[in-house]
Design a protein around this ligand. Structure first.
Ligand code: TMP
Length: 224
């Protein structure tokens, strides 16, 4: 097992990908499916997940909030993450629950690192401190390599502060995720999010089943 992996009971899965890649829809579908099988997954998100995290979300993403420096962004995400891990993720994992989070440490590596210009080494160090080295058992990266799909999705949406950044910034985000998938291949799986929803759902389920098997599905089911 890779150092930093969640070695306790419970299963920790992060959903990552550029804005508009369909993470929310798929996380909801997966949670419904797990519930229909008698499990009680915890669905959460970053920034968010705790009242403090939701405040950080407003501070950083609200259209009316002033621009922050990239380092102030980084530290705010990290502060929220340390509460999130201590108060939400670890307690749920210690009860053997399945935790599904929309975004986690990889978002910071990509948005503040690859796209924002902060060194990856610095971010890795801050992430490690904020999480006490807690890595997901599985990270699903929703990849969209067709910019027209994103344009269509955003045409119907009011963009938040980060979504309003340049096309170049978002291209770096997408490339950053692909790069992370190559680097952390022990836990990251790239899902082609240009496919129809049901195909994406099947791909997510296939990965979920594999991870449940690795983590001892039966014992987890009993504890939920
Ligand atoms: P979302 O919940 O709609 O995906 O919005 C969250 C935004 O916050 C998204 O644009 C990515 C950004 N973000 C970062 O820049 N760094 C982070 O560490 C996290 C968790 C999110």
């Amino acid at each position: 097992m890779h150092e930093g992996m969640n070695q306790g009971p419970g299963v920790f899965i992060s959903f990552e990908g550029c804005d508009g890649s369909g993470k929310s829809t798929q996380i909801a579908r997966l949670a419904d499916k797990l519930e229909s099988l008698g499990m009680r997954p915890l669905v959460t998100r970053e920034p968010g997940g705790t009242p403090f995290g939701e405040k950080v979300r407003d501070l950083l993403l609200g259209l009316e909030s002033p621009n922050r420096t990239i380092l102030s962004e980084l530290f705010l995400y990290a502060a929220a993450r340390s509460e999130f891990v201590a108060k939400v993720v670890r307690p749920a994992l210690s009860l053997g629950r399945i935790v599904l989070t929309e975004r986690y440490t990889d978002s910071t590596l990509v948005y503040q690192g690859y796209a924002g210009g902060v060194s990856l080494q610095t971010i890795e160090m801050i992430n490690a401190v904020a999480t006490g080295d807690l890595e997901p058992d599985l990270t699903l990266v929703f990849d969209i390599n067709n910019p027209h799909i994103l344009e269509e999705r955003f045409a119907r949406k009011v963009k938040d502060k980060i979504e309003s950044r340049s096309g170049e910034y978002h291209e770096k985000v997408r490339e950053g995720y692909r790069e992370l998938a190559r680097r952390f291949s022990h836990r990251i799986v790239v899902i082609d999010a240009c496919q129809c929803l049901s195909k994406v759902e099947s791909a997510v389920w296939e990965q979920m089943v594999g991870t449940l098997a690795k983590k001892g599905y039966d014992s987890i089911k009993k504890r939920n």
